[in-house]
Design a protein around this ligand. Structure first.
Ligand code: ADP
Ligand code: ADP
Length: 238
């Protein structure tokens, strides 16, 4: 996988009010860097800069040495998988929702993009079947508007299966477990950790205690890195 570098990155939604300032860090190829900090610090904004949802106002972001402004949106989207806090699902089957990212058009999966077998394999790997105790949650289960019928944890498993199927070299977990209760949080965290193995990963987390493992942790406050270091060192200080 490629490495990711932020060099002196700044960003503002409104020129009069800088949100992120002087951010420099590297995610080495295949490693995880976590960004923690209070709400409003700019963590989600930072994550969105990496996939060019917003353009930076200063500095540079490079993937494998290439400035992301020189990369097409299509190849950026192919290279980066995102697991958000609250996965919004289509009013369709679980299979469709898993295969969505692989279809060239939001058409039915299997017709273009991923095959039924590939989607089923991803669903199994994300433990979608054995997660639900009451009724069997099958490949063809309709989930309804906003994933109705699925719990928060189940929705995150759909997002994980989608990411497994896409198999991008770079991952972003944006508070991917923040909306879950603590039992689900631990289960999904373990799942995410195994998905991230060998991938270049940016983890956004509200609390340090929810970061399982990282090459480096950055503490962001009011848009600046106020502290950084390995997990153990920061845990000791905070
Ligand atoms: P965090 O993820 O750490 O909670 P955010 O990146 O969501 O922080 O927000 C950082 C700051 O940017 C906050 O002051 C927030 O109000 C502001 N902000 C976030 N999104 C927007 C937006 N789309 N337009 C204007 N301001 C925004
Ligand atoms: P990509 O579609 O290339 O994966 P995006 O940033 O558009 O990149 O989407 C991130 C993730 O969210 C993808 O896994 C994608 O399948 C999924 N996604 C994108 N748009 C929607 C949508 N409107 N509803 C449900 N899922 C979506």
């Amino acid at each position: 996988p490629p490495n990711v570098r932020f060099d002196d990155v700044s960003f503002a939604y409104d020129p009069a009010r800088p949100i992120l300032q002087g951010l420099s860090f590297e995610i080495p190829a295949g490693k995880t860097v976590a960004v923690v900090g209070p709400s409003g610090a700019g963590k989600s904004t930072l994550a969105r800069l990496l996939y060019r949802f917003y353009d930076i106002t200063g500095g540079s972001i490079r993937i494998a040495g290439q400035d992301i402004r020189q990369v097409t949106q299509a190849s950026l989207r192919q290279a980066i998988g995102i697991v958000p806090q609250d996965t919004v699902l289509f009013n369709d089957t679980i299979a469709y929702n898993i295969g969505y990212g692989r279809t060239e058009d939001p058409g039915r999966p299997g017709e273009r993009g991923a095959s039924r077998e590939e989607i089923e394999a991803a669903a199994r790997a994300a433990h979608i079947h054995d997660f639900v105790s009451a009724q069997p949650l099958g490949y063809d289960t309709m989930v309804g508007e906003r994933g109705l019928k699925l719990s928060g944890g189940e929705k995150q498993r759909v997002a994980i299966a989608r990411t497994l199927l896409k198999n991008p070299p770079i991952l972003i977990f944006d508070e991917a477990t923040s909306a879950l209760d603590s039992a689900n949080e631990r289960a999904i965290q373990a799942e995410l950790q195994s998905v991230a193995r060998g991938k270049t990963t940016l983890v956004i987390a509200h609390r340090l205690s929810t970061v399982v493992d990282a090459h480096e942790i950055l503490v962001l406050e009011q848009g600046r890195i106020v502290e950084r270091g390995p997990h153990a060192v920061l845990l000791e200080k905070n």
